[in-house]
Design a protein around this ligand. Structure first.
Ligand SMILES: [Zn+2]
Ligand SMILES: [Zn+2]
Length: 211
């Protein structure tokens, strides 16, 4: 899958490289910035490019019909026929989700958050590429911000997130300590971790994603 090619050392020419934060050419999609919070040094919000879910492309948006130079490439769940993909602005203002009665991320796991936050995640925030159906993590009763897909070394920089993932996986049935450590230290080679940061307390948290 071309979407995964960035990890293999063979950059897909259609993918913007990971550190290359690019300001959105117009508009200020505040909701996009809140839960996908990459920022330029001067604080301007930028599109989340880390997951490759929004890419530079000359493509007409299926919702507004404009070619903004940017297009969303990850999940959108709808029962309607959608002829094309969306620009980030039609995601951020909710118009794409409303027009096609769809969601960018499943509400699975979004427990204990207000209905407004639930809709912010599912209807106004870009999803991300993952093997399994992506889901969003919650901390301090708010949706956490998606940081990106990471491997072991990046996860180990946030020991609390690593510990929490270890506990979650143990609860989920990974009872063999040696196997579990082996799985964790090899994250980034096949299986990866989806890293989030709490927008309230700043803690990091993660879940594991594998094919
Ligand atoms: Zn649009
Ligand atoms: Zn928190």
């Amino acid at each position: 899958m071309a979407d995964r090619a960035v990890r293999g050392g063979e950059p897909d020419p259609g993918v913007v490289d990971r550190p290359a934060d690019v300001p959105l050419p117009f508009g200020e999609p505040v909701e996009v910035a809140r839960l996908q919070p990459r920022q330029l040094a001067d604080g301007r919000p930028v599109c989340q490019l880390a997951s490759g879910s929004i890419r530079a492309a000359a493509e007409t948006c299926a919702c507004c019909g404009r070619d903004t130079g940017w297009i969303y490439t990850a999940t959108f769940y709808t029962a309607h026929e959608v002829d094309g993909r969306f620009c980030p602005w039609c995601i951020a203002d909710g118009s794409a989700a409303e027009r096609f009665a769809g969601e960018f991320t499943d509400s699975y796991g979004l427990d204990g958050v207000s209905e407004d936050v639930l809709h912010e995640v599912t209807r106004r925030t870009p999803g991300f590429h993952a093997w399994q159906d992506p889901h969003w993590l919650v901390h301090c009763q708010d949706a956490a911000a998606f940081v990106g897909e990471v491997g072991y070394s990046e996860l180990a920089a946030h020991p609390a997130a690593l510990d929490q993932l270890r506990v979650d996986m143990h609860i989920d049935g990974r009872r063999d300590e040696h196997q579990l450590e082996n799985f964790l230290t090899h994250l980034g080679e096949g299986a990866t971790a989806m890293l989030f940061r709490c927008t309230i307390c700043g803690d990091h948290l993660a879940y594991a994603d594998a094919s």
